[in-house]
Design a protein around this ligand. Structure first.
Ligand code: SF4
Length: 327
């Protein structure tokens, strides 16, 4: 049995909390949303770079350009196209030796094609293939659209992160179906590097605040299910700020995702990241190894964005993980 776990040291850049969806569990989206300024982004990126991070995680609400008033926010940063602004922020990250990984919700294939050259990898949670009440006001959460977008990323050969959200009204059978759909996408395109098993975390002032999160047993059962359905080449990831990682690692999880020494998890701001030292103590017996935003297999294949090639070469050791001799 493998006795090491991977994680990525990242800086989390919340680009905008404007989103065209209204997921009933969401604590991130705001009606009066904002967009990060260049100055704020640069400060965060500088902090990340000086703390030894290798990844800049860019996260934003889905298709914010469909929300009235977003154009005015964009004007405040001197842009009329969010993708142009994102590319500018990616360049700031790359200049600081940080590899962009973008999670922008549902994007068209054309939009992914524009962003991919600057990204070491990209992501889109499938969440579930079931039709759940939590998504009744979220047109972008239609499972067929999410599957299509993940397939488009595969056609573009983008190393990809996806995952399922556990406890939003789906059943155990639904979870198995969602994992099966991801498996089939990977079998067709070979681009899924990791699958997150993410527990629903009730947020105050949301429609689902009164619901209980899934039990530790259900999360562990889902990790076991993911490990048995997904091909071995796809890592099962669990977020250690949302669940005790020990039983999940024992159930087969191999990756702890992005852990930031400098920023909050802006999606779950009340859930502090454990430090690598705390994780090592909790997960005694497992060695923690730091990886990049792109997994070794996709470095070998050269699938990550062209603008990231020289930086990946600089940061990756012979095993494709983060070089040990970097500060
Ligand atoms: S898509 Fe994401 S940001 Fe938008 S409402 Fe749903 S959970 Fe929130």
């Amino acid at each position: 049995m493998r006795k090491f776990l991977t994680y990525s040291r990242n800086v989390f850049i919340p680009v905008t909390d404007v989103c065209r969806n209204r997921c009933l569990y969401c604590g991130f989206r705001r009606d009066e949303g904002k967009i990060i300024s260049r100055k704020e982004a640069t400060e965060l990126l500088d902090k990340g770079a000086s703390s030894g991070c290798t990844e800049a995680l860019f996260s934003l609400g889905e298709a914010p350009w469909l929300v009235s008033g977003f154009g005015d926010l964009l004007k405040r940063v001197g842009r009329d196209d969010l993708l142009d602004y994102l590319i500018e922020l990616f360049e700031l990250a790359l200049e600081r030796d940080l590899l962009p990984h973008t999670n922008a919700g549902l994007l068209s294939k054309e939009d992914m094609k524009r962003l991919a050259p600057y990204n070491a990898s990209m992501g889109l949670m499938l969440e579930t293939t079931a039709d759940v009440e939590a998504h009744r006001s979220s047109p972008g959460k239609r499972p067929d659209l999410r599957v299509k977008a993940i397939a488009a990323a595969g056609e573009l050969m983008i190393p990809f992160t996806t995952g399922i959200l556990v406890g939003i009204g789906e059943t155990k059978v639904d979870r198995a179906r969602s994992l099966q759909a991801i498996k089939e996408l990977h079998e067709t395109f070979g681009h899924i590097q990791e699958v997150i098993v993410q527990p629903f975390d009730p947020k105050p002032k949301t429609a689902m605040s009164h619901l209980a999160p899934p039990s530790p047993e259900v999360i562990a059962e889902t990790v076991r299910m993911a490990r048995s359905i997904l091909p071995k080449s796809v890592a099962v990831q669990v977020p250690p700020n949302l669940a005790d990682p020990l039983p999940l690692v024992e159930a087969g999880a191999e990756d702890l995702g992005g852990i930031s020494p400098v920023t909050l998890d802006w999606i779950n701001p009340e859930r502090r990241w454990p430090t690598p030292e705390e994780l090592e103590s909790r997960l005694a017996g497992w060695e923690l190894k730091e990886r990049l935003a792109v997994y070794p297999r996709y470095i070998d294949l050269g699938w990550h964005g062209k603008m990231t090639w020289s930086l990946v070469k600089k940061l990756a050791g012979p095993d494709g993980l983060r070089r040990r001799d970097l500060p």
